[in-house]
Design a protein around this ligand. Sequence first.
Ligand SMILES: Nc1nc2c(ncn2[C@@H]2O[C@H](COP(=O)(O)OP(=O)(O)OP(=O)(O)O)[C@@H](O)[C@H]2O)c(=O)[nH]1
Ligand SMILES: [Zn+2]
Length: 185
Amino acid sequence: MIDEEKVKQGIRLLLEGIGEDINREGLLETPDRIARMYREICGGMEEDAGEHLLKTFHVDSSEMVIEKDITFYSTCEHHLLPFYGKAHIAYIPNGKVVGLSKLARTVEVFARRLQLQEQLTGQIADALMEHIDPKGAIVLLEAEHMCMTMRGIKKPGSKTVTLARRGAFLRDPALEEQFFRMLSR
Ligand SMILES: Nc1nc2c(ncn2[C@@H]2O[C@H](COP(=O)(O)OP(=O)(O)OP(=O)(O)O)[C@@H](O)[C@H]2O)c(=O)[nH]1
Ligand SMILES: [Zn+2]
């Protein structure tokens, strides 16, 4: 549960820490605004992916389903700076599928937390395995980390690519190849 009062106190301290005047006009509402913003960008902490993956539809096919180019924004737990990019998800149904929007909702649940990209990728794949019980799932994330671009090493344009394979995607390299082929079409 996000404690907005604590976030506000923290932001006031941060502003004082960097030498700002917390009483100047432009900053008066900033602690309050940032507390509301954290409720949004860390809102996934209060959500369970299972709620979105509850409703399933029966299918006879066990052909791969891919949802690609899902834009996501997350926050790096080391620097509290954004990392953002595209998520590509595929799974092989085992008698049931979920509504397509629910794949993007699953990405949102885990992206709207303080994260590591590798962990975010794995959590999405694990949620699909747990709640849809597919034959396999694979998640590819490509993202730019602001902590790598606007500060520190300063490498704008560098992309971090992470992959999580589960079930049949671990056992059968041909499935992984099919996923990459379909992504690049
Ligand atoms: N593996 C991984 N590392 C990340 C992620 N986001 C940020 N990092 C890295 O976390 C590391 C933190 O390194 P530290 O040496 O503790 O922090 P730092 O002194 O700010 O490091 P620099 O960024 O190199 O200036 C950096 O190398 C970041 O690039 C992520 O999602 N996954
Ligand atoms: Zn970072």
